[in-house]
Design a protein around this ligand. Structure first.
Ligand code: ADP
Ligand code: MG
Length: 349
């Protein structure tokens, strides 16, 4: 077909009320050649309100600054599939998230702004501050006390209830268990005291104190993460945690705002999801509670662009709830949100 025939065919198909979107495929240099054919596609699609994509074989780019054009048909079809999925998501009635406990945005902002005043460059929050921030969004974090001596750790454990977990803290300590900085299942205050001494000896001056928690109920370890992405803005990740997390990278991503259904879908996308649903007689996790945590993390990232990175690893999902036992949050001066993101959010809301 020459350019005129190509344009006529595109216009005819677009005029059909039974057609929602059109993918024009053209292989140069046949017909009238690359430029004339692109011009014909541009002209035929200029006034349509329908979705048009093109595959001009071998040429990636935009036709007429408007029609996305892919070098291979598979790319065009994959992009169209994403558009359709996204349109369906946008068209869905938004579920009102049950806010119980309520989100306290104002206090959360005060925590972030206060920390940035003291640390203008931003930093990884200390545990109490991170837990407070998450608390304002109703994210469940295991009760945690800080201790700076073996005796104080033993006392904290006795006060919170046993068995206890002891974790080393220090400015440079990131992956605590890698350096022997996490000991679980401590049954008595004496064991806690001894564990602290052993840990201090093992780690040396890098350890400046410790966190004490009560052992959480057994369950499935999940990661809830988030970043402010330079293109997308806030991005929420849910993944399977535990020792295989880094190897399997079983993860699902979404752009907030999220409702409970979005969160449940993210969980459902994980290959490890059956572990939560009661696979082989395992106890069924409280999916609703886990979904709530995901929605709340999404709201936090969406409201607070200063939260640059967030990593709850693990959140332990059990039949009675979902509890974060390790939380890391980095705050930094907020970058301007990408304009494409802001435009998109205005339409989404
Ligand atoms: P890090 O990730 O820095 O090594 P974590 O705090 O995540 O340290 O602890 C490592 C592992 O120890 C967790 O993945 C979890 O299996 C276990 N753990 C940590 N805290 C608790 C807790 N309160 N109850 C039960 N298990 C815990
Ligand atoms: Mg961890």
């Amino acid at each position: 077909a020459d350019a005129e025939e190509l344009g006529f065919a595109v216009a005819t198909v677009l005029a059909d009320p039974g057609v929602d979107s059109v993918l024009v495929v053209y292989t140069p240099p046949f017909g009238s050649g690359l430029e004339a054919s692109q011009a014909a596609i541009a002209k035929a699609t200029r006034d349509t309100g329908k979705t048009v994509l093109a595959c001009v074989v071998g040429h990636d780019g935009l036709i007429d600054e408007r029609v996305p054009s892919y070098a291979f048909p598979e790319q065009a079809v994959a992009a169209l599939a994403r558009v359709a999925e996204h349109a369906a998501w946008r068209a869905r009635p938004r579920e009102q998230v049950e806010v119980k406990p309520r989100v306290d945005r104002k206090s959360a902002r005060v925590v972030v702004a206060g920390d940035l005043l003291r640390h203008p460059e931003g930093r990884w929050l200390d545990h109490p501050t991170a837990a407070r921030l998450l608390g304002h969004y109703g994210v469940h974090v295991a009760e945690t006390r800080t201790a700076d001596s073996p005796e104080a750790a033993a006392e904290a454990a006795a006060a919170m209830g046993l068995p206890a977990v002891l974790k080393a803290t220090g400015p440079g300590l990131v992956h605590k268990s890698d350096v022997g900085g996490v000991v679980v299942g401590l049954a008595t205050p004496q064991e806690v005291e001894q564990a602290y001494r052993d840990m201090a000896e093992r780690i040396g001056p890098a350890m400046t104190g410790a966190l004490v928690q009560r052992m959480a109920e057994a369950g499935t370890e999940i990661i809830i993460g988030g970043v402010q992405h330079e293109t997308f803005g806030p991005l929420v990740m849910v993944g399977m945690g535990g020792v295989t997390a880094e190897i399997l990278r079983d993860q699902a991503f979404r752009i907030p705002p999220l409702d409970l259904r979005d969160a449940a879908e993210m969980i459902g996308e994980l290959r490890g999801a059956p572990l939560l649903y009661g696979y082989r007689g395992r106890p069924k996790a409280d999916i609703e509670a886990l979904a709530q945590q995901i929605v709340r993390v999404g709201a936090l990232l969406d409201d607070l662009p200063e939260v640059a990175e967030l990593d709850l690893n693990p959140v332990i999902a059990t039949p009675s709830g979902a509890l974060a036992v390790d939380v890391r949050i980095r705050v930094a001066p907020a970058p301007p949100r990408p304009s494409s993101y802001r435009r998109w959010m205005r339409r989404a809301r």
